[in-house]
Design a protein around this ligand. Structure first.
Ligand SMILES: NC(=O)C1=CN([C@@H]2O[C@H](COP(=O)(O)OP(=O)(O)OC[C@H]3O[C@@H](n4cnc5c(N)ncnc54)[C@H](OP(=O)(O)O)[C@@H]3O)[C@@H](O)[C@H]2O)C=CC1
Length: 715
């Protein structure tokens, strides 16, 4: 105990205060460990941890937090932690969505382990919060952890602050969070039946490697989707986003500068014209929020970026256009700096770039026209009698179109829906029913807006019917799930068969080689060498190879493929030649890469649709850019056009009356004159989705069955 404290309990209070006020991920973890040590609490005793902590820390400040947590935990949906008392969950990713899901799983009584590859929370970018998320976080004590949380009319928070709030909360609830741990894949239960599902992690010796679980939640962000899930790609017209963060010193001058919650070109032509004339910067829109940083996000026009030398060479391919080598970083910094200065009337003195996680000025330019969405949200895998429920949340489920500000709100909705699914799982509902219900709810997610979700925020719980009015939990039937899964499995199998056919076709020229399967046929190394010779005759001479020298043949092929094409060997040449059984999955993974380099199979190109600008305003029928878009009753419009039909006052959300027969909106004081009813067409939203199917290694993995048998079945 520190000498300066009169009693152990005062010291505990100080430690708790320090934990609550921690401002980095590392500080949170260290202060938490110190608190547990001082109170002699085992943080891995997840069932009892929170209650024991409460017993030992009952001074006013802690009590205020316990009251909030207890209120949430006493919701009937959690049944006092019974539904998932035997459920063990692994959550991948300590982003806001992974952590928010972890809170719910812990409240349901599950053991929860979170893996995060980063060691610090460094994302300054600021997220827009829907009213329900603000209420949700407030009720979980967000303001206790972060005093500035949504003060006044603020409706946004930096990603890192949100992560810090949720990290503190999950730790108090007994969740284990391991940072600096990279999830590499799922490990199936062993044949002996001695282990369940586990994770392959880096570093391999990390204790999380031995954790066995029956629920896996992937919240690894937009780039991480586990094997077995199909992804759809949605593309819009080219839209170049720039985000920039500047240090916020919170001086009086900085405090006074007004935020810009979304100025779009159509509203303030003069501002954008001046910006263009005076600075040569041509923008569609700009947003400025204050939190830990001064955060600016803008959509820039390509031509102005070319003229200012930010983009070096024009290209019709967005990827090439924004490739690192084609961007002048200094010019980009200047562009973002000038836009920030101009839009705040040069009232932010001494603007200095905040630094990102690699210590560079936190400015990024990206193409946000392309987004991914998982075709379904859940899966069950079964091996050796052990079932694993897999769910997706956050950006890896639905990547948001950021100007809409939907990311975190939809992310949290999916976190609740996923928790509801795990609750059913824990309660022993059959797995097809669990999946069918989850998919029924998932169908709604991409259409949710603050208007069409329930306004009864206090009633929100993990039960989907509290949030989605008129949700039909059985719109998808268990048998449909089975059919869909089967077709996915058949797709995977077909691809394996295709791979086998491809290998057979391109080794057929060599009499000494007979490819019958995707395992034993590759032992001698000759088949691999024959494939190489077929596609790159100069790299190898088959006539010099001896079938009985398997180690040499394999080593030769592995070396060539690594040196020439960067394909890492799957095992040592010695193991390949001598192991009792060759692992089919490994061979499939390896040969898929060989197939891809030799065929250079291009990914299908997607026709561009016009996401950014094709809609028209419901009222004025003029072009409607997404950033300036308001919506009510399923209509989209310029916010300035949203006025009372009679008196012209601007309407606000929740403060209007809508007449579906005429499609007109009125303020609360006026109403539709009976005799004036007319007809008005409904604006239909274009279907922007374009399914793109890409053959990836992961699609070959779900089923590693006996390919020759399947080959016969399918042909
Ligand atoms: N720049 C921006 O403005 C961004 C905003 N967001 C917003 O944040 C919100 C929540 O996003 P969320 O879905 O939680 O995702 P996040 O991207 O916030 O979090 C996912 C976390 O998982 C980590 N991760 C990924 N793969 C692995 C792995 N194999 N092993 C261990 N850790 C891994 C990621 O690290 P790493 O990031 O290093 O891959 C990241 O820290 C959304 O609203 C989204 O729109 C999200 C990302 C960027």
């Amino acid at each position: 105990m520190s000498q300066s404290f009169a009693s152990p309990s005062l010291y505990a209070h100080a430690l708790f205060d320090r934990f609550v006020a921690s401002q980095t991920c590392k500080e949170v973890q260290q202060n938490f460990a110190e608190l547990c040590h001082h109170l002699q609490l085992d943080s891995q005793d997840y069932h009892h941890f929170y209650n024991k902590l409460k017993e030992k820390l009952n001074y006013w400040k802690a009590k205020e937090l316990w009251q909030k947590i207890d209120k949430r935990a006493s919701h009937p949906d959690y049944e006092q932690g019974k539904p998932c008392a035997k459920t063990k969950c692994l959550v991948l990713g300590a982003g806001p969505c992974g952590l928010r899901t972890a809170v719910e799983l812990a409240l349901l009584g599950a053991q929860v382990v979170v893996l995060e590859k980063r060691t610090s929370f460094s994302r300054n970018n600021v997220l827009h919060l829907w009213p329900y998320t603000i209420r949700d976080l407030r009720n979980l004590g967000a303001k206790k952890f972060y005093g500035r949380f949504c003060s006044g009319s603020l409706d946004h928070i930096s990603i890192r602050q949100l992560q810090l709030i949720l990290l503190k909360l999950v730790l108090l609830l007994g969740v284990e969070v391991h940072t600096g741990v990279n999830f590499k894949g799922l490990l199936e239960p062993q044949a002996s039946g001695s282990t369940g599902w586990r994770a392959l992690v880096h570093p391999e010796s990390h204790p999380a490697a031995s954790y066995q679980f029956d629920v896996f939640i992937s919240a690894g962000g937009g780039r991480f989707v586990p094997d077995g899930f199909k992804i759809k790609e949605l593309r819009g017209k080219l839209a170049i986003g720039i985000t920039a963060n500047f240090t916020n010193r919170r001086t009086a001058a900085e405090t006074q500068v007004a935020e810009i919650s979304g100025v779009a070109r159509i509203y303030n032509q003069k501002f954008f014209q001046q910006l263009h004339t005076e600075m040569g910067i041509d923008l569609e829109n700009i947003v400025y929020y204050k939190d830990d940083t001064h955060y600016f996000v803008m959509t820039a026009k390509k031509n102005s970026l070319l003229k200012k030398g930010v983009i070096k060479q024009d290209s019709s391919d967005a990827e090439q256009l924004l490739a690192q080598a084609n961007v002048d970083q200094e010019a980009l910094l200047q562009y973002a700096y000038d836009a920030a200065q101009f839009s705040t009337s040069h009232k932010l003195p001494d603007l200095e770039f905040a630094l990102n996680h690699v210590g560079k000025p936190d400015v990024a330019m990206f193409d946000f026209t392309c987004m991914h969405r998982a075709e379904y949200a859940s899966l069950v895998r079964e091996r050796r009698g052990k079932k694993l429920l897999i769910g997706l949340v956050g950006d890896c489920l639905v990547e948001p179109f950021w100007p809409l500000g939907t990311g975190i709100a939809r992310g949290f909705l999916a976190a609740f829906d996923t928790a509801w699914m795990v609750r059913n799982w824990g309660k022993g509902v059959t797995h097809l029913q669990v999946l069918a219900e989850r998919e029924s709810v998932y169908q709604l997610l991409s259409q949710t807006t603050p208007e069409n979700t329930s306004k009864n925020y206090p009633a929100y719980s993990i039960d989907p019917s509290t949030r989605y009015p008129n949700v039909n939990l059985s719109s998808i039937k268990p048998k449909q799930v089975r059919r869909k899964r089967r077709s996915t499995e058949t797709d995977s199998l077909r691809r394996m068969v295709d791979l086998l056919s491809w290998c057979q076709k391109h080794t057929a020229w060599c009499e000494r080689v007979q490819v019958k399967d995707l395992s034993q046929s590759w032992r001698s190394g000759l088949a691999l060498c024959a494939l190489i010779q077929h596609f790159r005759p100069k790299l190898i001479d088959m006539s010099s190879l001896d079938e009985n020298d398997a180690v040499h043949n394999n080593q030769l092929a592995f070396d060539i493929l690594q040196r020439e094409f960067g394909i890492e060997p799957i095992m040592s040449a010695g193991d390949m030649a001598s192991s009792k059984e060759i692992d089919q999955l490994s061979v499939v993974l390896y040969l898929t890469q060989v197939h891809n380099v030799f065929t250079e199979a291009p990914l299908p190109k997607v026709p561009a649709t016009d996401l950014g600008s094709s809609e028209l305003c419901y009222f004025c029928h003029q072009q409607l850019y997404v950033l300036e878009r308001g919506s009510a009753e399923g209509k989209f419009f310029h916010r300035s056009c949203f006025i009372c039909q009679q008196c012209g006052t601007t309407l606000r959300q929740g403060g209007y009356t809508f007449y579906p027969d005429t499609g007109r909106f009125y303020c609360e004081e006026h109403s539709e004159p009976v005799e004036e009813k007319g007809e008005e067409g409904e604006l239909q939203q274009a279907d922007l989705s374009t399914g793109v199917q890409v053959w990836t290694i992961s699609e070959l993995i779900p089923l590693c069955i006996n390919v020759p048998i399947l080959f016969n079945m399918l042909h």
